[in-house]
Ligand binder design. Sequence first.
Ligand code: ADP
Length: 172
Amino acid sequence: MSIEIVKGDLTRQGDVEAIVNAANRSLLGGGGVDGAIHRAAGPELLAECRTLNGCATGEAKLTGAYRLPCRYVIHTVGPIWQGGGHGEAELLAKCYQSCIRLASEHGIPSVAFPSISTGAYRYPLEQAAAIAVGAVKDAMAQCAPELKVRFVLFDDRTYDAYRRALDSCRKD
Ligand code: ADP
């Protein structure tokens, strides 16, 4: 199974077919990685997003990537952290599953993910990293064993958390 992690900028991944946007339910742009993706893709991305009628938390929708160096953007909406008792863990896992299912339905061979929900949505990082790695592994085993997955983490703290999550997953 191919899962790698790198530190870097998701909008500069030229050697993957799709990148995942940690969007909000309107799909009409926001801050963080969403803002960076829309800035790099250009206004055509927002125009296509306007036709999609938003996206529910945990679901995923596919668009073109316009001026980004990849071919597609998969938009998913992570849960806002509300203390952990509002189904956040299931919804976060569902984001990764929905993206991988969509990639596999469209024959997309490689996908790069950001750390969904751990920025403005304030999901605790260690928990989010463990859920992300576990959900990706499970979804790949179920429906996309050939898929190449990369986590692109923006800062050292996030990179280290995903490194630990991946290492402890590999020991299982
Ligand atoms: P959310 O609203 O789902 O929490 P954010 O975009 O606020 O999404 O944050 C998610 C993660 O994406 C954070 O770790 C943030 O540092 C990171 N991030 C922001 N910009 C980029 C980028 N250009 N490439 C990769 N990760 C990014």
